[in-house]
Design a protein around this ligand. Sequence first.
Ligand code: MLT
Length: 329
Amino acid sequence: MNTSLRRSWLALALPFAAAFFSLQAVGQDFPNRPITMMMPYAPGGPGDTITRVFAGAMQKQLGQQIVVENTAGASGTIGSAKIARAKPDGYNLLMIHVSHATSQAMFKTLSYHPVDDFEPIGRATSGPMVIVTRNDFPAKDLNEFVGYVKANASKISLAHAGVGSASHLCGLMMQSALNVQMNDIPYKGTGPALTDLMGGQVDVLCDQTSGTVPSVKAGKIKAYAAAGKSRLPGLPDVPAIVEAGVQGLDINISFSLYAPKGTPKPVLEQLTAALQKSVADPEVRQRLEAMGISAVTTDQARPEALRAHLKNEMDTLVPLLTKAGVKPN
Ligand code: MLT
């Protein structure tokens, strides 16, 4: 090959070679400083509890501190927007659940797209929900609860963590299944909602189990039904809602991990590997099981599985919200 041709070949190849080696280099010293894991709901709720379990487990795997940040409000979209805009360098992560799928249907002026502006890292947990009330709610069992709600819905306050959140969806499904309309009381997370339920300031909450099961066992609130087809391991004496002949309320909530779009592939692969080791960690599995929650399998803790899961939630839950008459803000 003559000299001038060789020079032009090199001139053409050099930028690609430089890009390839710099990309490979990106992952090599990651992480070299603390990572932020955004939990876009208030401290003390199920999302916060689960996020702290994985922050602790993943920082062991990655050898760097993971700091949980609770930027709450607007059904998790304020914190999510912050991560969508963050530097795509692997140091800004988002732990979120079903409200990522419903966000686009809930807000007309969402500043991000739940799919286009994020890189999926993998799924982390899945878990059931339970219908709980203030301790002096006037029903001695599930059948009496159903009867009382049907007769007094307009006088009952129903707490949730914002439109499109898990507790909101569960509340919608419950009201639709009982053909009633209660009074929505939104919070920045079900941590603060549970506090008001224990104080008797609000009547009913459909929530995940990490905070509710211990509160029921401590006699601070009452549980009437598991929001699905089977009873909860942590509350074996509480019937499933189907045992009262109520159909149409069967919900399971999955938390998953995302990074901003453009996060380098070698960094994403390290984050997915750390997540997979965390879901397989016996200590993590035991801690979650004690709250009535399951860690997913390592196969589910992968980008492809999360991409499919998010698409399924967007395809199935958004129509449910539309059917329930929920209009975008
Ligand atoms: C919800 O969707 O209800 C949230 O998960 C509540 C929370 O985590 O605070």
